[in-house]
Design a protein around this ligand. Sequence first.
Ligand SMILES: *Cc1c(COP(=O)(O)O)cnc(C)c1O
Length: 372
Amino acid sequence: MTTLPKKILMNRPFNFGAGPATLPQEVLSEAASEMLDWHGSGMSVMEMSHRGSEFGIIYEQVQTDLRELLAVPAHFKILFMQGGGQAQNAIVPLNLARAGSADFVVTGSWSERSQQEARKYCSVNVAASSEPGSFISLPEPASWKLNPTASYVHICSNETIHGVEFHELPDLKALGSDAPLVIDFSSHVASRPVDWSRVGLAFGGAQKNLGPAGLTLVIVREDLLDRALPICPSAFNYQLLADNQSMFNTPPSYAIYIAGLVFQWLKRQGGIAAMEARNQAKAALLYDTIDHSRLYYNQVAHNCRSRMNVPFFLRDENLNAAFLAGARDHHLLQLKGHKLVGGMRASIYNAMPLEGVQALVAYLLDFEKMHG
Ligand SMILES: *Cc1c(COP(=O)(O)O)cnc(C)c1O
């Protein structure tokens, strides 16, 4: 048995859960120290008016930091909403589907759910699907059957369950389409830069890579704000939210504050380009170990393997329970795969340090030696 370095044993276990997911320890400590009294205000952030001057300071900093980190151009609005990624599956068509139809590229269970939900509000064209190949590759953009009158084209840029990621966003203009591209980037937002010239709207739940559950990030091009369907609920109307600094109603203020601490932490880490390099190194180490193993495997095509969510399987499924129990003994938590695909999954978001992936790799090798 490899013994883990002392420093790691003294710290918290490494948590590979897909979401709600691990947060930087520095952020949790900072939040704990400010829990009862934020900056001498005599209040917890949870107890402040969202319209008061204290929360105003927090909110402005969060907006500024996020815009800087993700290099969001001035003609995009940053909205903070509630309801999670899945609410956006309805909120996006309610706001954008004026022309009555939308295109979906189905590359895993999240984009599949999105297109199912959108059918309540508009007609749906599945422009391409990798379901026949069991969602282990991405359909070539040149093969997509786009509808020229679609209100938007939806993709999930990182499929959290199947572990498939668009390493490059499609260029719809080059495919002859003027429709805005909508991306569900819930599970890889802030893990790499975004090419905003290709995006109309991006949404993501915060609980994978930004902060706690309860906050949903929407970044939307200004010219898309004015197309909501008359039945769109006011609290979900992008224009109303944009006009009211995301405070049409009470925003998830504590979750916004924690995300703000994460943004400050990201800046201290060197920003998104630095995170991307670390994420690439972490993913390469883990995939390399899996690919060189006789016990573990991952079937996703190399050109679209997710750098955030790494599903893998044991060739002998009878060892699954022993693998997970041993992992817990090694302070490696939440490695069980999603019930739809089974096996294991290691989510290695921004807040997972390289040391965590190294500890996982050491355990993988150890377990294989014992059982291979
Ligand atoms: C987790 C996740 C969602 C769902 O988020 P909820 O906040 O639970 O609605 C949607 N899309 C992707 C890609 C996800 O990973």
